[in-house]
Structure formats: structure tokens, C-alpha cells
Design a protein around this ligand. Sequence first.
Ligand code: 7TS
Length: 570
Amino acid sequence: MHDRTPAAPSDILARIRSTFPALHQRLPGNRPLVYLDNAASTLKPQAVVDRLATYYGLEHSNVHRGAHYLSQRATDAYEEARRTVARFINAAHEREIIFTRGTTEAINLVASGFEHGRLGKGDEVLITAMEHHSNMVPWQLACQRTGARLRVLPVSERGELELDALNEYLGERTRLVALTYVSNTLGTVNPVRTIIRAARALDVPVLLDGAQAAPHLRLDMQELGCDFFAFSGHKVFGPTGIGILYGTETLLEDLPPYQGGGDMIETVTLEKSTYADLPQKFEAGTPHIAGAVGLATALDTLSNIGLGAVETYENDLLHYARKRLRSVDQIRLVGEAEKHAGAVSFLLGDNNPYDVGRLLDEYGIAVRTGHHCTMPLMKLLGIPGTVRASFALYNTRDEVDVLVSALVEVRDRLSKRKPRARPKPTRATLQERHKTFVEEFGLFDEPNEKREFLMELGDLLEPFPNRWRTDDHLIRGCQSSVWLHTQFLDGRVYYHADSNAAITKGMVAVLTRLLEGETPETILSTNIDAYLATIGIPDLITARRKTGLGAMIKRIQLDARVLAQSSNNR
Ligand code: 7TS
């Protein structure tokens, strides 16, 4: 294990950490929390929690309405929040700040506006291959609906935009460039100024997805010169359900309304309506007042610390994390761009990222695993997913050291799980096999030990021939890839199965071992869920894995139904 002599966190860092209550809790099993999932969502400072309580406790009423005191007070707080946001990103005017539910809604608002009037056949929208699905799917939809063409700027193996190709993709047909400032998966900081300059020269507006930039980089809309900028409150220490769309006044004036309803109109007759001025034009209905107010407190907290200081500190931390991770045997960093912010993605040997993440959780370390809502990027890099550690201003070098030490142990634990000899098939009945499972799992007290055993059962599966690794055998609806090949011999059903994630492989191993050798009729009349529940399988897996387990059961039943019918017809 690594000899840990971390630099003591500075007074400032200690003070910052002391204002985030979640950092000081113990997880079940008395584990301290090492929170490295900030790109998904950040923790909240006490000031934000308090602000929400005060707002809801004392200040709440609806905004832009009554003549009464509380409505005015809520309106003042809401509009003051808008000014805080405008200051935070140095917008020219508060009219240019639209409150949305988050980055996703902000981008959808712009996409919907472009769909209605700015896009048509022959037009093009340019995105990049490293976009979050939030900045990809809305443009796919807008293009499908208008006949416009979606162009995708390629990304190199290092995880950088292929800027040399920009001229081939950006031209007179381009109506908008929409790209992420910072990649949520790789942490790459894109050269957005260069792209904005090139687009400007052709009068093409640029939308920046700033979800991963806002928590890490100093933002100045007037200096940056983009036309739209979207970010989420919950990723900058604020509440969930609130986000920002910044847009230049000219473009926002020009876009049609996004949703119709109260608050966004000027006059309404039965025939038609005229719309309110900015920003109300884009804020139909009662807004998330508390969210806006809480977000303002979060941004004030961030401004008080100073984005310059945050940038310097995080740069150093990320550099340290990358260096330490790179030094671990079998760790491969994914994304070697020149400039990074916030996140580092990596793979540990050929282990499934989910298995690594789940084991890290045993050490109290929170990371995200998978494709991070960037499936096209994963495909391009030829990997199913990564483990991603993402940082915020309260993370420390000490926490990086804890991560690295844990990864060394996880690596060794995963490599020790060597397949044992496969047990000889028995003539046991379904009930007997079920009883054996109940007894075997009952030998372990801790869920973690049970999970380890589940993975060992997965290791006992016979090798799955590559020729069966086809779409036909793939079970849809699972988080990982699961293959099932069903055979019918002498009226009985036999299975071959595999998965690329150890825990899922364990699940499919239990299922198939339980049911193997039975008739299709028995399988169809068996309450498989109940059998698994008494073994305790559902307690060992996450909600998403339960959905995957459901998909496996459905597939097994479907196969059994087909076999039952075909044997009846014979
Ligand atoms: N754009 C980027 C670059 C993001 O990272 C995310 C969320 C979104 C858009 C969507 O933000 P939302 O607040 O509207 O959901 N990214 C992640 C992530 O990386 N892990 O969980 C959420």
C-alpha cells in the first residue's frame, strides 16, 4: 500500500470543507466519504441549505403577481438571483439570463427555437463527437424534424477536438455550432475561443454547454463572445431543478417562445397572444423560485472563494491525480488532452468499470462508471465505459491518495478471483438447487461477501463461444452486456450465458443454474422472482441492476414460451 503522507490541507481548504456537511458524515460501516462524483452533482454548502430553509420558511409566495408583501419579497429574491447569475458570468444584462430546469432544458429551449424558424432543408448544425447526450439528442431531433443535417466534428484518440478539420465542417450552411466547453467524460477543456472566432467570422452563432465549465473556470460572457451558454445549478453547489440559459439579447429576442402559459405573455385574446419581454418570454408558469434563490447563494459562495483561486487549486489537484493514477500498474488514463478540468477517466486492466466502481464504494469512494451519457465518444474510443473521478474545490490530495491506494487493492482483489473448477451437473431438482443457493448465500453475513460470492458464481460459467456473441443473444435492457444462448435437448432447457460485468455475470449464473435442465413448462410456471428473493439476490444489487435482472427473467420466460409452443406443435 502507498505510504501516505499527505500535505495538510491549508486553513482555507479546511474552512471550505467545514461548510459542506455531507463531507463529514460516515457511511454505513463507519466509512468516511471520499466524494469524487462532482461532475454528476456537487455537494451543497450549509449556506445553500440554510438559504432554502429561510426562503421556504419565511419568504415564499408566488412571484410577479400579488400586490402583497410576500409576493413582492419573493419576486425581489428571485430577480436578485437573476442579477447574481448575470454578475457571476458577466452577462451584459440580466435580461439575458433565463432560468431553466438545468442544462438539458436550456439546450432544448434553444433547439426548439431553432427548429421553429431557423433550420430547414440544407441547413447544418455542427456539434462534436464528445458531447453529452443533452447536447446531441436535442439537435438530432431538431434536424430530423426540419430536414437539416447534423454535422459532427471528430475527436482524436487523445480526446481532443480535431480543429484542423474545422473548415470542412463549419461553412455557409452552418446555422449553429453547439459544443461543450469541458468534456464531462474526459475532462478535456476545448479551445472554445478559437471555435467562436471561426464561427463569428461566418456570422454563425455558438452555443456552449457549460455544465462542466461553470464549477471550475472563471466565466465572462462578454469576453468569451458566445451566443448561448447553458449550465446547471446542481453542478455548482446549488439546488437541483434549476439551471441557466444565457443568450445574447438579439438572439433571445429573435427566438420564438419555448413553452406557453402564465407569466410569459403580454396580452391574451381568444385568438392570439403577444409575449412578454425578456426574460419572462421564456419562463412560462411558476418558476423554481427557491432553486434560483439557492443557486444565487451557491454562486456567491463560489465568488467569495474566487474562481481564480479555485482554478489554480483544482488544476494542481487534477495534475496530481493524473500523475498518481498513471503510476499505478494496469491503470490506463482515457483522454490525454493538453488541457483538463474537473474530471479524470481511466480503466483498470480489463476489468469492467462498474465492478471497479462498486468495489471502490466499499472504501467509501464515490465515482461514476459507465458511458457518462457520451455513448458516441465511447464507441469512437473503442471502450464500453470508464471509471471517472471528478473533483470539486473541496477535494484534497489526501483523497487522491486514498483513491489510489484503494485502486491498488481493488486491482489485486479483482485479479485474485480465479475461476474455480466447475461443479459436476447434479440431478438435483429445482427446489433442491434453490435450497443449496439459500444455504450458500446464508454462509455470509455481509452483503459485500455475498456479492463477492455472486461474482465467483459468475466465474464458474463455462466460456461463452464468440460465435454466439451476437445481437440475437444479447439481452436488451441491462446496464452491461448480457448474452444468453438457450438450447433444447430431450425436452429440457440448457443455457450458456455471459456478461462483461462480474456482478451481472453472477446474476445470470444464478438464474441459469437454478433453471437449467427443467422443462419449458416448469420454467413458465416457476415464480422466478420469488426464488431469487428468498436467496436474497435483489438485496445485493442496485435498482438499475434489478431492471436488468427483470430483462433476463423476461428473456428466459420468452425462450421457454417459444420452446413450449414448438414442442407442442411437433
Ligand atoms: N452537459 C454536460 C457536459 C453534462 O456533463 C451534463 C450532466 C449535462 C449536460 C446535463 O446536465 P443536467 O443537469 O441537465 O442533467 N452530466 C452528468 C455527468 O457527467 N454525470 O451525471 C450527469
